[in-house]
Design a protein around this ligand. Structure first.
Ligand code: FAD
Length: 316
C-alpha cells in the first residue's frame, strides 16, 4: 500500500498458501474482526491493485540472487524477474505433528493463540497439547479464558516439581497417556481418544507445532537469522542490503495487525532508499553505493520493478 501510494512499480508474487488458510474467521484485527482470511485478503488485494503501478502474479519464486545492484528472481512457471528491492513476506510454515485428526482441526478448534480465537471458545472444555515449559506457559495463559482446562502431554509431562504443584492447585489435570486420535466433526474437536483405550471430552485444544520458514529464499539471499526468524532492524531491513522482510518470517508476534504494521514500515523505508538513490542521481553526484549517475541509469534500464514482494502481506 505504502509503495503503491508512492507510485512505485511493485510486483506482488504470491503462491497463495498463507498459514491461516484453514481458519474460518480471523479475529483481533481492528476493522476486519470476524471476517474470513480469504475475504480479508481479497479486500486488501483490491485496495492495493487500485494503484496502477502495483501488479499481482500468482506464482512461486524459486530462486533469488543479487546481480550487481539489483536482484534476479525466477519462478516455478519459468518467469525471470528483476527488481531493485525485495520485500520478503513469505511467512512461516507449521509442521503438523503425527497425531491423527490434528491437521483437520488446526485453525478451527486446535488453536495457536487465545488472542485470535480464545474468545469464541471461552469457558468450555479445553486441553493444551504440549509438554515442558510450553505446556506450563500455555496453561497459565489459557487459564484466563477457561477454568475447564487440562494438559495432554502425549508422553512425559517434563514439568518441574513446583509446576506440578501449581497446576494441581489450579485444578489443571495432567494426562501423560499417548494420544491415539482427535475425534472431530468437520474440524470441530469432540473428544480425545488415548492409546490405553480411555477418552476425554474436549472442544478446543491449544498447541504450538514446530515452525519453520515457509520459503528458503531468505537463506538463499544470505539473510541472517535469530532462531527461526529473519533478523531485521527497526525499518524491516534484513542483513542483506536491499532485502527487507515483514510479517511472520521475522517476528515472534504472529498476528495480522503486526504483519500489516511491519509491511507499512518496510514500504516507507524501501521508498525512502529509492528516493535517496534517485535524488543523488538527479544531482549527478555519486550516491549511496558509490555509483555515478550514469552507472545507476545504465543499471536500471532493464529493471522493471522498483520492489518485488515475495509472498503476500495481506495489507501492504
Ligand atoms: C492457524 C492460524 C490462525 C490464525 N488466526 C489469526 C487471527 O485470527 N488473527 C490474527 O491477527 N492472526 C492470526 N494468525 C496469524 C496470522 O495469520 C499471521 O500473522 C499472518 O498471516 C502473517 O502474514 P504473513 O504475510 O507474514 O504470512 P502468511 O500469511 O503465511 O503468508 C505468506 C505467503 O507467502 C507465500 N509464499 C511463501 N513463499 C513464497 C515464495 N517463494 N513465492 C511466492 N509466495 C510465497 C505463501 O504462499 C503465503 O501466501 C493465525 C495464524 C495461524 C497459523
Amino acid at each position: 500500500m505504502a509503495l503503491g501510494r508512492s507510485m512505485r512499480e511493485v510486483l506482488i508474487v504470491d503462491g497463495g498458501n498463507p498459514c491461516n488458510k484453514p481458519v474460518p474467521r480471523s479475529h483481533n484485527l481492528l476493522g476486519q474482526d470476524g471476517r474470513s482470511p480469504s475475504v480479508i485478503t481479497s479486500i486488501a488485494r483490491q485496495e492495493v491493485l487500485q494503484y496502477p503501478t502495483v501488479n499481482f502474479l500468482k506464482d512461486i519464486v524459486e530462486t533469488a540472487k543479487a546481480v550487481d545492484d539489483y536482484f534476479e528472481l525466477t519462478t516455478i512457471t519459468g518467469q525471470v524477474l528483476q527488481a531493485k528491492k525485495i520485500l520478503l513476506t513469505t511467512g512461516l510454515k507449521d509442521e503438523m505433528p503425527e497425531i491423527n485428526g490434528f491437521e483437520a482441526c488446526w485453525g478451527i478448534s486446535v488453536l495457536h493463540c487465545p488472542y485470535c480465537h480464545g474468545y469464541e471458545f471461552r469457558g468450555i472444555n479445553t486441553v493444551i497439547i504440549a509438554s515442558g515449559t510450553t505446556a506450563f506457559e500455555f496453561a497459565e495463559l489459557i487459564s484466563h479464558w477457561t477454568d475447564k482446562l487440562s494438559l495432554v502431554t502425549n508422553g512425559e509431562a517434563e514439568l518441574e516439581k513446583d509446576q506440578y504443584q501449581l497446576l494441581a492447585e489450579k485444578n489443571i489435570k495432567i494426562i501423560e497417556t499417548k494420544i491415539n486420535r482427535l475425534h472431530h466433526t468437520n474440524g470441530y474437536l469432540q473428544c480425545i481418544y488415548f492409546e490405553d483405550g480411555t477418552s476425554m471430552d474436549a472442544n478446543v485444544a491449544y498447541a504450538r507445532p514446530f515452525m519453520k520458514q515457509h520459503s528458503t529464499l531468505p537463506e538463499e539471499l544470505g539473510c541472517e537469522f535469530h532462531n527461526i526468524h529473519i533478523k531485521v532492524d527497526q525499518y524491516q531491513q534484513t542483513s542483506v542490503r536491499g532485502v527487507f522482510a515483514a510479517g511472520d518470517n521475522c517476528s515472534p508476534l504472529r498476528s495480522l495487525a503486526n504483519a500489516i504494521a511491519a509491511g507499512g514500515v518496510a514500504g516507507a523505508f524501501i521508498n525512502k532508499e529509492l528516493i535517496q538513490s534517485e535524488f543523488f542521481r538527479s544531482m549527478a553526484v555519486p550516491g549511496p553505493g558509490n555509483h555515478s549517475a550514469n552507472d545507476i541509469e545504465e543499471e536500471n534500464k532493464n529493471i522493471h520493478n522498483d520492489v518485488h514482494y515475495v509472498g503476500k502481506n495481506q495489507h501492504t
